[in-house]
Design a protein around this ligand. Structure first.
Ligand code: FAD
Length: 146
C-alpha cells in the first residue's frame, strides 16, 4: 500500500497516494520534478493543514515539500530580504524574524502550515496585518516576493 495521506494532513484523513515523493534537497529538485512529470496532476503537499484528502487516496503523485532553511540578505538601510525554503513552517519563520529583530510578518504568527503553501492558499494569501489600535489594514502577504 502507498503512503497514507492521513499521516500528512492535520485532519488525519486520507487514503494512500499512488506515488509519494518527499522533496528535501533543492539540488535534487530537477530529478524529482522529472520523476513526477509523467503524472497529469501531481499534488504538492506541505503541512497538510489546508488539505482534505479522500479516503480512497490520491490517484497520482503527491510531492511533499520538506525543504528547510532561512537566509537573510541585507538590502541596505533598514531593509533585508528573507529567503525561505518552501517547507519551512510559517511559525518557525515568524519566530526567526522576531528573534532577529525583523518586523513585518508578525501577523502570520499562529497560522499553521508552511511558507511555500501560504501564498498558494487563498485564505492566507489574502491575510492582511491589522493594527489593533486603529483597526486599519497593513500590507498584504507579499506573494509577489515569494
Ligand atoms: C486550525 C487552523 C487554523 C488556521 N488559521 C488560519 C489563519 O488564522 N489565517 C490563515 O490565513 N489561514 C489559516 N489556516 C489555513 C492554513 O493554515 C493555511 O492555508 C496554510 O498556509 C496552509 O499551509 P500548509 O503547509 O498546511 O498547506 P497544505 O495544506 O499542505 O496545502 C494547501 C494548498 O497549497 C498547495 N501547496 C502546498 N505547498 C505548495 C507549494 N510549495 N507551492 C505551491 N502550492 C502549494 C497545496 O497543493 C494545496 O492546494 C488555518 C488552518 C487550520 C487547520
Amino acid at each position: 500500500m502507498g503512503e497514507l495521506l492521513a499521516d500528512h494532513t492535520t485532519l488525519r484523513l486520507g487514503g494512500p497516494a499512488d506515488r509519494f515523493l518527499t522533496h528535501t534537497d533543492p539540488a535534487s529538485w530537477p530529478d524529482l520534478a522529472h520523476t513526477a512529470a509523467g503524472d497529469a496532476a501531481p499534488f504538492v503537499l506541505d503541512g497538510g493543514s489546508n488539505t482534505l484528502a479522500a479516503d480512497t487516496g490520491y490517484p497520482g503523485t503527491v510531492i511533499r515539500m520538506d525543504t528547510r532553511g532561512v537566509a537573510v540578505r541585507p538590502l541596505g538601510g533598514d531593509l533585508v530580504e528573507v529567503i525561505v525554503r518552501a517547507g519551512e513552517p510559517l511559525g518557525s519563520l515568524v519566530a526567526f524574524t522576531v528573534a532577529e529583530g525583523l518586523s513585518g510578518i508578525e501577523y502570520l504568527g499562529g497560522i499553521p502550515g508552511t511558507t511555500g503553501a501560504a501564498p498558494a492558499s487563498p485564505r492566507t494569501a489574502s491575510a492582511r496585518s491589522r493594527d489593533h489600535r486603529t483597526g486599519s489594514s497593513g500590507s498584504p502577504w507579499p506573494t509577489s516576493r515569494l
